[in-house]
Design a protein around this ligand. Structure first.
Ligand SMILES: [Zn+2]
Length: 374
């Protein structure tokens, strides 16, 4: 087993400097390929601790197949500091979210899925997967070459196209993120909900098998299109390619001690995939559908004292936060005169909260799982 390390140029700056990403690939014979990347949102850096812990763990293990690790996948976003804060979620030039610029490759490249499926209606699934990956790569390359020739590679999408191309042949794609101020949770598509329990997260948000521009969706959509087309033609396929977004706590936080626990979820997934020859565990997480993952916007402005933290379960009637408005202070009754308490209208689990206590009306205050099931 040996590591292959590559430097890939991803962005030329106005000064002529070139930003690069590093890919680390560990291979050992035939087997599944797993793609893991961290920090596409530049302030979400805990995934790098997880990658370090994973490399450390792999020193003592024998794998089957291959794993590609990409720490610091979007260096431009990580470099973007405003004071002590990292402006990492959005492209500072265009304002776009860095995790919404991937493409639905089957659709944009004009991949002839009907012809592919008709050709492979009787082919054994392992061979179908191999040819599908190869033909997808070819279509993707043609698509990006056309963009290049027409000068249509933007500041916005270049990094996304590079990462998506790197992940195209993978059987498992893990995109490591964090929330703003968050507990640990994972996004799982409906079709892979059963697999998500092997990721060992306590909270699972179940998203539709649909495309909205994110890496997880861009990676599973070709397989969803393939499954749907085969179904139309009368062949039933059980997909064994997964793609998840893993949210390891809060942005701006890098904790090696927490990384020791975080890496267990990835090691367990590698066991599930057969990359590691060990029995995987299964967790019993709290699930919520994306439509039941609700954002609570600040009903007023003020200085906010939060009474619930990410990961907390609350009941209808519980106090969630108290808003204080300094302009309303009556010095004879200072606290009561300027405070308003926000009460929960239904049960839920806090997943994210606003990192700031300085809140305008209408800002995102909490993101909450409701209609929870197990
Ligand atoms: Zn993110």
């Amino acid at each position: 087993m040996s590591w292959t390390i590559k430097d890939l140029p991803v962005k030329e700056l106005s000064t002529g400097e070139v930003l690069k990403i590093k890919t680390f690939t560990l291979s050992n014979g035939d087997g599944p390929h797993i793609h893991i990347q961290a920090s596409v949102h530049g302030a979400e850096i805990q995934g790098n601790a997880v990658i370090l812990k994973l490399m450390e763990a792999l020193k003592h293990k024998k794998i089957k197949g291959s794993i590609t690790l990409i720490p610091m996948a979007n260096p431009y976003a990580t470099l973007n500091k405003h004071g002590t804060y990292t402006y990492g979620r959005y492209n500072p030039v265009t304002g776009d979210n860095w995790n919404r610029n991937y493409v639905d490759v089957v659709k944009v490249s004009g991949f002839d899925l009907e012809a592919f499926c008709k050709r492979n209606l009787e082919t054994e699934w392992g061979l179908v997967k191999e040819s599908f990956k190869n033909e997808l790569k070819q279509s993707f390359e043609e698509f990006t070459n056309t963009l290049k020739e027409e000068n249509k590679i933007q500041d916005n999408n270049k990094i996304n196209l590079i990462l998506q191309e790197l992940a195209l042949g993978a059987d498992g794609i893990l995109d490591l993120h964090t929330g703003p101020t968050a507990t640990r949770y994972i996004y799982s598509a409906e079709y892979e909900e059963n697999v998500s329990k092997h990721m060992l997260f306590r909270h699972v948000l179940v998203i539709p098998n649909d495309f909205a521009g994110a890496m997880d969706e861009a990676s599973f959509m070709p397989w969803i299109h393939l499954r749907n087309k085969f179904k139309e033609l009368g062949r039933k396929v059980n997909l064994d390619v997964e793609s998840f977004t893993l949210e390891f706590g809060s942005e701006e936080t890098f904790r090696m001690d927490e990384g020791s626990k975080d890496v267990e979820s990835i090691l367990n997934y590698l066991k599930f995939k057969g990359v590691l020859d060990e029995e995987p565990e299964a967790a019993n997480p709290y699930y919520s559908k994306l439509k039941d993952y609700t954002t609570m916007y600040a009903p007023r402005g003020g200085l906010v004292d939060y009474h619930v933290a990410p990961g907390d379960h609350f009941k209808k009637g519980d106090k969630l936060a108290t808003f204080y408005q300094m302009k309303d202070i009556d010095p004879m009754d200072p606290i009561a005169s300027c405070s308003h308490t926000l009460i929960a209208k239904a049960d839920g689990i806090v997943i994210n909260r606003c990192p700031s206590s300085n809140v305008h009306q209408g800002m995102e205050l909490f993101q909450i799982m409701t209609n929870i099931y197990r």
